[in-house]
Write a protein that binds this ligand. Structure first.
Ligand code: ADP
Ligand code: MG
Length: 463
């Protein structure tokens, strides 16, 4: 019928606007490289903040002792305890616990959030087995992975620039987040010192490097997205401090805030952005990351329902609720291999209360998921190529066999198989076979937590 054709034309128009052919991706990669240069040249020189992390040494394997880490990145946070045994024994023991953040704390007061975090940490410390903390006169030390944009002022302090990923707590902005955590720990009588403040990308880079000396960059694809890499300190014009002995400086790109006229942005993305907590910001993140992919799918479906009666004469009420369709639901539908797409049917019924869908309709929904996921995955690959270009690892010099390893982590990368595969295939497509042989994408499982503990160790007050 005419309505069906109309729905399909909405889908096709969306697909066209999401287009990421190779020449477009190369433009995106080039734009990323250009913005990296601009962000390193001067403060505020680019949408890419290119934050100097003060990490000028990555773990070597010599780290020893018991260290804690706290990883606050999205809706969950993790507390970890790692027993490091030096070169020979490596990670002797690691334990962690995952705690979810009640939604009201994400938009409440700073004290309430940090009190909650500190008390969860205290509970975890209380489960420390006897003998593990071998020197009772030593203060426990913590690496704090805080995955929001921070203006770093030293390895163990930094002020929050802004919240992202659904957090919005005005009184934290402009504050030293280590100070906020330390005050909360003092309020509940937990004696622990934060010796390293990093974000998940730097933690992942550190954790990755601990396991593989060829790691040069780390990318997070989770609720949000970001990247960090090792830069040569003399290639950072805005750095006026002493050149570190290593000659290196880890840069936290905050690439979620990347934007470029080459990015394929649709009307749905524009509306999502306009109605978000941070309009005009984190544009790259809003078309790539786990917080948003499902929501983009919902918005397109909503338009198909409203303008082409895709689900019948009335628009299903649940479909109008922002963020009701989460990326894991989308992923489950996208991966449905049953001949009658029964997982798609079940998700539509359970989440959106839409029943009686035809197989034809379900196929359209899978196609929609594919369009949204592929765009995000291909743009992520373009971003990685931008980094490799910046550090000169996008070519093979005289048949050189130098490997470049990129550590990847985050729930989206880990669990959304089609996203991951598409991203990895696109990298090969962009770099060509020969170069790709030297580029390794490595899943750094929970590297960010371990990495923070490793950095806490290398920046210990006792060494
Ligand atoms: P965070 O980024 O909040 O630190 P994670 O790295 O664990 O946490 O990523 C969580 C995100 O990963 C979720 O918000 C979701 O978007 C995405 N995700 C989790 N599971 C899946 C899944 N099965 N399929 C697709 N995306 C998923
Ligand atoms: Mg995380």
């Amino acid at each position: 019928s005419g309505k069906w054709a109309q729905a399909i034309s909405i889908l096709k128009e969306f697909e066209e606007k999401c287009g990421t052919n190779i020449s477009k991706l190369k433009q995106v990669a080039d734009a990323m490289t250009v913005e990296m240069h601009a962000g390193l040249a001067s403060e505020g020189g680019s949408k890419l903040k290119m934050i100097i992390s003060y990490v000028d040494n990555l773990p070597t394997g010599d780290e020893k002792g018991l260290f804690y880490a706290l990883d606050l990145g999205g809706t969950n946070f993790r507390v970890l305890r790692v027993q490091l045994g030096g070169k020979e024994h490596r990670v002797v023991k690691q334990e962690f616990e995952e705690v979810s953040i009640p939604p009201h704390l994400m938009t409440g007061s700073s004290d309430a959030l940090f009190d909650y975090i500190a008390s969860a940490l205290a509970k975890f410390v209380a489960t420390e087995s006897e003998g593990l903390h071998f020197s009772p006169d030593r203060q426990r030390e913590l690496g704090f992975t805080f995955s929001f944009p921070v203006r770093q002022t030293s390895i163990s302090s930094g002020t929050l620039i802004k919240w992202t990923k659904g957090f919005s707590i005005d009184d934290t902005v402009g504050q030293d987040v280590v100070g906020e955590l330390t005050k909360a720990m003092e309020r509940i009588g937990l004696d622990m010192r934060v010796t390293a403040l990093v974000n998940d990308t730097i933690g992942t880079l550190a954790g990755g490097r601990y396991n593989n000396p060829d790691v040069v960059a780390a990318v997070i694809l989770g609720t949000g997205t970001n990247a960090a890499y090792v830069e040569r300190a003399h290639a950072i014009p805005k750095w006026h401090g002493l050149l570190p002995k290593s000659g290196d400086m880890v840069i936290n790109m905050e690439w979620g805030n990347f934007r470029s006229s080459h990015l394929p942005i649709t009307e749905y993305d524009q509306a999502l952005d306009a109605e978000s907590l941070n309009p005009g910001e984190q544009i790259f993140e809003k078309i790539i990351s786990g917080m948003y992919l499902g929501e983009i799918v919902r918005r397109v479906l909503c338009k198909m329902a409203e303008e082409a009666a895709f689900f019948g004469d009335t628009v299903p009420a649940k479909l109008k609720i922002p963020f009701i369709l989460r990326t894991p639901h989308m992923s489950a539908m996208h991966h449905d291999t049953s001949p009658d797409l029964k997982i798609v049917a079940a998700k539509l019924k359970d989440i959106l209360e839409i029943s009686n869908t035809s197989l034809k309709m379900r196929k359209v929904i899978v196609e929609l998921c594919d369009i949204v996921a592929s765009r995000g995955a291909r743009l992520s690959a373009a971003g990685i190529v931008g980094i490799l270009k910046k550090i000169g690892r996008d070519t093979v010099k005289d048949g050189e066999k130098q490997k470049s390893v990129v550590s990847l982590d985050g729930g989206l990368y880990e669990h959304y198989t089609k996203f991951r595969t598409c991203m990895e295939d696109t990298l090969v497509e962009l770099l060509g076979e020969e170069v790709s042989n030297n580029i390794v994408i490595e899943h750094s499982n929970d590297g960010s937590g371990i990495g923070a503990a490793l950095l806490a160790a290398s920046h210990s007050q006792y060494t």
